[in-house]
Design a protein around this ligand. Structure first.
Ligand SMILES: Cc1cc2nc3c(=O)[nH]c(=O)nc-3n(C[C@H](O)[C@H](O)[C@H](O)COP(=O)(O)OP(=O)(O)OC[C@H]3O[C@@H](n4cnc5c(N)ncnc54)[C@H](O)[C@@H]3O)c2cc1C
Length: 532
């Protein structure tokens, strides 16, 4: 009761007539990081920063939720973000996955035989293990991993918005990125001559982390994800909601303000400059800086208006039109009884991929792009995560299926709830059967609670009409230099939304603040230096 009273008083204290130093649209991890970074590098009494969030709580996709006493987590793992946490003063208790952090269960669809591949943490351990287990490809594996590591480390030498001279220097300092940066992962990978299908499968799994198959995902995206989780993979010990809580706590300590249950309807622009935002209901809040962290297509098309952008920068407007958002997902969170021994089944790791491998993910993606869902008993790809072995509490697992399109999910939920629930039930049973067959024997006997999220769920929570779960799709033509720029043509308006994941979201948020503060945070670098 006391807590609720405190919150109401706090919210009513927000002075909406005061001009803000910065307004952040959306209180997900990108919005929280953007706002905390501003607060950390400004005097918030002079330059107040306000987050406006449409939901009753912050966090967006980075959250946990309780159903009948089970704590379900939305996300599964993050790479090493510790330098960013340290810079911002975020204290979070994380579990580091030692031993293996991911397992791949490769199912032969004809014989139904399963090959289990464990991926250990640590670049060198990983390399040695692969070279030992696949001696016929040892040299190629070593060459690929060394080359990709060197290319990954070049990322630390890139500037976010390089000057002409800096761009020229990149040719010398980042030769691998210059040569291979615009390739798809497959194009890049194929040149190393790795032939063993299991090894190919392992590396393709990293591309699939971004929701795209290796023949479509940007090489740099896949290498970045691979090398950063190889360094270390973590999960918050109290669930992902703790990450959000710690960001919110830090933000308030630094004097930041949060307006919940408030939807931004328009971004105010005059003479090519941002002036603030208009809320649903018409109220306006003014600021010379706005960071939007919602679906960039919605922000630019519906909140600003593409014509206004086109007048300033035709190319940017065109890019907004072309950008494709990442796929959505179908998630089944299962509360289990105490009888099942999840640790004994090796589930205490970051992620389990259960896949028919080969071309499966590419074919599923191809069909997804046509609006179909082509999962069958002989062609599937999914993730299985066990948060409860990290967070403690009642045992649970989540089955995560990607790529899934919006299809008729929203229409069904709005117009025919019975049909919507039936479809959810049937589809969830299909995936549960597969997990029972290939990963967790007798799973169904142990299920006590089932909570399903569909693309309609993700569309509703994020406000992204496609229900995309990984922001913009990191195709090779929308990554690095070719991605939709963070600095929009409208002076003072920034959109850091990155292609994928919590790490990328946080980094994008730091980068836009670095732009606003004219390189005072990162020195214009695309990454925090490893020694910081
Ligand atoms: C099921 C799932 C599993 C994932 N697993 C991982 C993982 O293991 N590791 C990883 O790194 N990443 C993972 N991701 C991706 C990661 O969670 C996202 O990339 C990241 O959380 C996106 O954060 P964001 O702040 O950019 O967007 P969001 O979280 O979507 O936040 C946007 C916020 O804006 C608000 N908003 C929207 N419109 C408006 C408006 N008009 N006015 C005001 N507020 C508005 C929304 O309510 C929302 O809170 C996962 C995502 C999902 C869905």
């Amino acid at each position: 009761m006391l807590r609720r009273y405190y919150k109401v008083v706090k919210m009513s204290q927000i002075d909406k007539t005061e001009k803000k130093g910065l307004i952040v649209i959306g209180g997900g991890i990108t919005g929280l990081t953007s706002a905390v970074t501003w607060a950390r590098f400004h005097d918030t009494k002079k330059d107040p920063v306000l987050i406006i969030e449409k939901e009753p709580k912050t966090g967006g996709f980075v959250t946990s939720y309780t159903r009948e006493g089970y704590l379900f987590d939305t996300s599964q793992i993050i790479p090493n973000c510790n330098d960013m946490f340290e810079l911002l003063g975020i204290e979070i208790d994380l579990k580091r996955f030692k031993g293996y952090y991911t397992r791949v269960f490769l199912v032969n669809p004809e014989t139904e035989e399963v090959t289990k591949i464990e991926l250990p943490s640590g670049v060198d351990v990983f390399k040695k293990k692969l070279m030992k287990e696949y001696p016929e490809n040892a040299k190629e594996i070593e060459k690929f991993l060394d080359h990709s590591r060197a290319m990954f480390l070049e990322l630390f030498k890139l500037k976010t918005e390089p000057s002409f001279i800096e761009l020229l220097k990149t040719i010398v300092s980042c030769p691998k990125i210059v040569k291979h940066g615009s390739k798809t992962f497959k194009n890049y990978f194929d040149q190393f001559g790795i032939t063993n299908p299991e090894v190919v499968e392992i590396f393709d799994a990293f591309a699939a982390f971004s929701g795209l198959p290796g023949d479509r995902a940007a090489a740099l995206m896949t290498l970045g994800a691979m090398n950063s989780v190889l360094d270390n993979a973590y999960r918050p010990t109290k669930g992902f909601i703790e990450l959000t809580k710690q960001f919110e706590k830090r933000f308030k300590e630094l004097g930041g303000e949060i307006l919940l249950k408030t939807k931004v309807e328009k971004i105010l622009v005059e003479n090519g400059e941002v002036k603030g935002v208009q809320l649903e209901g018409g109220e306006k809040i003014y600021s010379d800086f706005v960071i939007t962290t919602i679906d960039p297509k919605v922000a630019m098309k519906e909140m600003v208006g593409l014509d206004k952008i086109r007048e300033l920068d035709e190319k940017f407007a065109e890019k907004v039109d072309q950008v494709k958002m990442s796929p959505s997902s179908f998630n089944i969170a299962l509360g289990l009884d105490d009888e099942i021994d999840l640790a004994g089944l090796g589930m205490d790791c970051g992620y389990n991929v259960v896949t028919t491998g080969g071309e499966s993910f590419s074919k599923l993606f191809e069909e997804y792009e046509k609006g179909n869902m082509a999962f069958t008993e002989k062609q599937f790809h999914m993730g299985v995560i066990c948060p409860s072995l990290t967070t403690g509490g009642k045992q649970n697992i989540t089955i995560r299926v990607v790529p899934v399109g919006l299809g008729d999910w929203v229409k069904l939920r709005e117009n025919n709830l019975e049909e919507y629930n039936k479809k959810k039930e049937e589809l969830s049973n299909f995936f549960i059967d597969l997990v029972e067959k290939y990963l967790i024997p007798d799973l169904k006997k142990h299920i006590l609670v089932k909570d399903i999220s569909t693309p309609a769920t993700y569309a509703r929570y994020s406000g992204s009409p496609t229900g995309s779960i990984y922001g913009m799709a990191p195709f090779s033509d929308n990554f690095g230099r070719t991605r939709l720029k963070m600095r929009t043509p409208i002076k003072g308006l920034f959109q850091p939304l990155f292609s994928h994941g919590i790490f990328g979201c946080m980094l994008g948020a730091l980068q836009v603040n670095d732009m606003i503060l004219e390189r005072k945070i990162l020195g214009g670098n695309a990454r925090l230096k490893p020694d910081k």
